[in-house]
Design a protein around this ligand. Structure first.
Ligand code: SMG
Ligand code: MG
Length: 368
């Protein structure tokens, strides 16, 4: 494949309600969107999952854009003609920034699959045409407000609830949700907010029959997670710590995690995500697809990934309406708690260009 030009843009979408996690509150989603045109005029789309600020990960929107512009895109220009399988290797001299790398690889993948008339789901190895959906619920101002929000999601049909927790917002909200819905599959996500010394506190979550505790400790604290896993009965699931196949292998070997949250952007793209899936499938480790408040572009690709056989737990693959009044693609609408896997070629969706233009704050075209 030969690239003719790339269009990088930044858009801003308001959230339907503030989303509070242990590291901050978000009221809107700033997203970098990439449009890639090949020499044959085939267009590929992708989005960068980096957030506006380096709070979830070291990467953030402006940094990803800078890296793409300054290093990654020039490296692709030098490479000239290549396939999507070559992209990670071409970009590998530049350290870190898996989200920027995933953005480039995914747009190329969309374009390449369009030329091959194949859907992303088929290409990745999906064996389902619909996937069960979970929803991630932010830290609420009060417990009654949390119960109200969860109640809405349960009426919407969500199959699994994930509660964001932090010190001071853990045992009580989890107890109340569990009391109201004794049977609902429930899990929690701390986004690194606890310390190794919090083992006893976290062990008290065992009584609520949770599916897992996601990323309780610092992303670099693999040993801490392994020690914690001996102290709590609830499975530990790593998110931020898993940045590659190798880091997944290490965390599994060290027994720091027994479930993995796979986010393609965090691991450098869908090809690496499939490798982690394959490793976990062969080792009997359940995986699920994480979410980064994606627009329809990223959501389409995530839903395809979540349709692979090893994704045995519902992911943070919610409907467009979970975060957005209006999505940039046809909205993802849930039916009985399931989303349909896009069947079209490539990622299977394209954005509404007029709407995209109306919410664009920055746009640049890079010729090859
Ligand atoms: O897209 O449904 C979604 C968001 C899911 O909680 C979610 N993501 O740590 O898993 C996580 C967070 C990262 C983004 S929080 C701003
Ligand atoms: Mg998480």
């Amino acid at each position: 494949m030969k690239i003719s030009d790339l269009e990088l843009r930044t858009i801003n979408l308001p959230l339907v309600r503030p989303f509070r996690t242990s590291f901050g509150t978000q009221n809107a989603r700033e997203v970098a969107i990439l449009k890639l045109t090949t020499g044959d005029g085939i267009v590929g789309w992708s989005e960068c999952v980096a957030m506006s600020e380096p709070l979830y990960s070291p990467e953030y929107v402006a940094a990803s854009l800078d890296l793409m512009r300054r290093f990654l895109i020039p490296a692709l220009k030098v490479a000239g003609e290549f396939t999507v399988q070559d992209v990670a290797r071409i970009l590998s001299p530049y350290l870190g920034s898996p989200m920027a790398k995933a953005t480039l690889e995914t747009a190329l993948l969309d374009a390449q699959l369009k030329t091959e008339s194949t859907s992303l789901a088929t290409f990745l190895g999906a064996n389902k045409s619909e996937i069960p959906c979970g929803v991630s619920v932010g830290i609420a101002p009060t417990i009654p407000q949390l119960i109200d929000e969860v109640s809405g999601y349960i009426s919407d049909g969500y199959k699994r609830i994930k509660l964001k927790i932090e010190p001071g917002w853990d045992l009580e909200p989890v107890a109340e949700v569990r009391r109201n819905w004794p049977e609902i599959p429930l899990q929690v996500d701390a986004n690194q907010a606890y310390a190794r010394s919090d083992g006893e506190l976290l062990a008290q979550l065992d009584q609520f029959d949770l599916l897992l505790i996601e990323q309780p400790l610092d992303e670099h604290d693999i040993l801490g997670h392994a020690l914690l896993a001996k102290q709590v009965q609830t499975p530990i699931c790593l998110d931020e710590s898993i940045t590659s196949l190798r880091s997944a292998e290490d965390a599994l070997a060290l027994k720091a995690t027994t479930v993995i949250n796979i986010k393609p952007g965090r691991v450098g793209g869908y090809l690496e995500a499939v490798k982690i899936h394959d490793l976990c499938l062969s080792e009997g480790i359940p995986v699920w697809c994480g979410g980064m408040l994606e627009t329809g572009i990223g959501r389409a690709a995530n839903v395809a990934l979540a349709a692979l056989p090893g994704f045995t737990l519902p992911g943070d693959t919610s409907a467009s309406s979970r975060f957005y009044h209006r999505d940039i693609t046809e909205p993802f609408v849930m039916h009985d708690g399931y989303l349909s896997v896009p069947q079209g070629i490539g990622i299977g969706v394209t954005p509404d260009l007029d709407f995209l233009e109306s919410i664009t704050s920055h746009k640049e075209i890079i010729d090859f």
